[in-house]
Write a protein that binds this ligand. Structure first.
Ligand code: MF3
Ligand code: CO
Length: 253
């Protein structure tokens, strides 16, 4: 069942979203050569807790990190480590969840580290475009399959593939709620969107094949072909004539 959030719940989601936005605002500029991913995660934890919020992913199903940090051919669920040091030309995705007053916001940004190739920058740009190509269709009455279809179509048009083993999801008082939201699909299928649904839409886009393998740590998901993959995510609420993104607020509140 897909829950419909009340105006009160949506305002709590918005507050949680501001915490996630603040993490990107502060950590984006720190994604530079020489920084290790454990330092970034510890800093994210400080920011999240400074707002009275809790890092949602820590211990979620046993996940050991404060946030997920995934470099290059790691697509999702990278575990922060002092041994993973950023270098020129890398891409690094920061996937951040914050729970505030019982409500969760979840979002991801991929940053280019130092000097990178045009092709690397194109992958990151196209992944963000995939999100907006899908999301621009959202309003009450639209099939979720239309959104999924538009995300994949934009990736394919640019010569990329979308990861199939991981999806977006409904979100609210739990990180993962109904529905699950694949980044591929058929138009005119799936649930019909209604005002008040809260969704985390998260295209994961690969330069090569979409096949993924999970390392022995049980989490780190890497591209089988070792090519780059990029990830972009926001939590949003469906409205009568569109949507409101809850995890990209610009000002510090
Ligand atoms: N954005 C990811 C998701 O929605 C992050 C979850 S990581 C986990 O699934 F550790 F919490 F599982
Ligand atoms: Co998510």
């Amino acid at each position: 069942m897909i829950s419909i959030k009340s105006p009160r719940e949506i305002s709590l989601m918005r507050k949680a979203g501001e915490v996630v936005s603040d993490v990107f605002r502060q950590l984006g500029p720190l994604c530079v050569p020489g920084v290790n991913t454990l330092e970034l995660a510890n800093k994210a934890g400080k920011i999240i807790r400074s707002h009275g919020a809790i890092p949602t992913f820590l211990n979620y199903n046993g996940y050991p990190g404060i946030i997920c940090i995934s470099v290059n051919d790691t697509v999702v669920h990278g575990i922060p480590s002092k041994n993973i040091v950023l270098k020129d030309g890398d891409i690094v995705s920061l996937d951040v969840g914050a729970t505030l007053n019982g409500y969760v916001a979840d979002a991801c940004r991929t940053y280019v580290v130092g000097i990178a190739s045009e092709e690397t920058k194109r992958l990151v740009r196209v992944t963000e475009e995939c999100f907006y190509e899908g999301v621009k269709l959202i309003k009450e009455g639209v099939y979720l399959g239309d959104v999924s279809n538009a995300i994949e179509a934009h990736a394919i048009k640019n010569g990329y593939s979308v990861i199939r083993d991981y999806t977006g999801h409904g979100i609210g008082s739990h990180l993962h709620e109904d529905p699950y939201i694949p980044n591929y699909g058929k138009k005119g299928t799936g649930p019909v969107l209604k005002e008040g649904m809260c969704l985390a839409i998260e295209p994961m886009v690969a330069q090569g094949s979409y096949e993924v393998r999970v390392l022995g740590d049980g989490w780190t998901a890497k591209m089988k072909d070792g090519k780059l993959s990029s990830h972009y995510e926001n939590t949003l609420v469906v409205t009568k004539d569109g949507y409101e993104i809850l995890t990209n607020s610009k000002e510090i509140k």
